[in-house]
Design a binder for this molecule. Structure first.
Ligand code: PBG
Length: 358
């Protein structure tokens, strides 16, 4: 007589079943039926799609763009497969392609022609980011153009503000320069400014600077909980922004501290932040979830260069399915509470989402 145990297991060829020692073990006692059959709603792709709680949409993705002076420049970045440093004309082409894919936004990082001790390349009117912003604004693309507001790409020492004689970053001098930088970015056409220097009081300073320059309508996306992370490695090659000495632990947060992260976010909101950003993303899912519960503002996450690199490198070796892993990572980030995600995979993911019906 055929018992249930003789039926082929799902997806297991019968030869494999033969080799499975548990397949022929008779059940000694009658088992109670499962109380809740959660598998019922997992049976078909259509059922799974119906009950899916988190969906990705190209409009929630933001693509980083690294801009360099010149024309027709496109330099590959070794540690960030698929990402390039581009001149403003190429950045416009990339942004147009991203807009056509339905990607929600771009965030600009600049590699200036020259660096100095105070990072003046960040705020000068003909700075590389400002030049690119004007081109993007003039093209009237249907995506949000965000300017990263920081100084580490523009200082010759690679820190996020000017230095005190003892080598520490001068917080209060930095926030003045950041305010000036944000105003010049808004002037050049940034839809949003995103301060990432982790200086105390930077959001209030930037709000004041924007308002004084007449940019009342420009929102601030505060990199509020940004930890001193090893996951930024490839970015520092891409943006040529590695600190010449020391590290950023004197201003970026200790990844061990969740309560402090909540204070950072509360402070930034009190100072006038319109949106919060948590970074890196996968290592900070708990921070995202806590922030989502506490703060009724838009919250984004930055899937940073190292998060991208580990997936891309493992996929390149054939060790993982890069596409599935990337979609799973982004879905988890959204599930934890991010309304939008900055990701180096934005274009690929937008394409995949178009291909995938379920
Ligand atoms: C600038 C900045 C950094 C990143 C975003 N903005 C580098 C850093 O803090 O060292 C990292 C992003 C990434 O790794 O993708 N301060």
């Amino acid at each position: 007589m055929t018992s249930l145990l003789d039926l082929p297991a799902e997806g297991v060829p019968s030869a494999a079943k033969e080799a499975d020692p548990t397949a022929s073990v008779p059940s000694a006692v009658p088992l109670p039926p499962p109380g809740h059959r959660l598998r019922r709603t997992r049976r078909t792709p259509a059922l799974r799609a119906l009950v899916r709680e988190t969906r990705l949409d190209p409009a929630m993705l933001v693509a980083p763009l690294f801009v360099v002076p010149g024309r027709g420049v496109r330099q590959a970045i070794g540690s960030l497969p698929g990402v390039a440093r581009v001149s403003p004309d190429e950045a416009l082409a990339d942004a147009r392609a991203l807009a056509d894919l339905g990607v929600g936004g771009v965030i600009l990082f600049g590699l200036p022609a020259a660096k100095d001790g105070v990072g003046s390349g960040a705020w000068i009117a003909d700075g590389i980011v400002q030049a690119t912003l004007r081109r993007l604004r003039d093209a009237g693309l249907d995506l949000v153009v965000i300017a990263d507001t920081c100084l580490c790409e523009y200082t010759d020492h690679g820190h996020c503000g000017p230095l005190l004689p003892d080598g520490r970053v001068d917080n209060d001098a930095a926030i003045e320069i950041l305010a000036r930088t944000a105003a010049s970015q808004a002037e050049a056409g940034a839809d949003v400014v995103a301060p990432s220097a982790m200086m105390d009081g930077q959001v209030a300073a930037i709000r004041a600077g924007l308002d004084a320059a007449g940019h009342h309508e420009t929102p601030i996306l505060a990199y509020a909980a940004k930890t001193a992370s090893a996951f930024y490695g490839p970015f520092r090659e891409a943006a040529d922004s590695a600190p010449a000495f020391g590290d950023r632990r004197g201003y970026q947060m200790d990844p061990a501290n969740a309560r402090e992260a909540m204070r950072e976010m509360a402070n930034d909101l009190a100072e006038g932040a319109d949106m919060l950003l948590v970074k890196p993303a996968l290592p900070s899912l708990d921070l995202l979830a806590r922030a989502r519960d506490r703060f009724d503002v838009p919250i984004g996450a930055y899937q940073v260069s190292g998060e991208h690199a580990v997936i891309a490198a493992a996929a390149e070796r054939g060790w993982v399915d890069g596409r599935r892993m990337q979609l799973e990572a982004l879905t988890s980030i959204a599930r934890a509470g991010a309304s939008f995600v900055i990701t180096y995979a934005a274009a690929d993911v937008a394409r995949w989402l178009r291909e995938e019906s379920r």
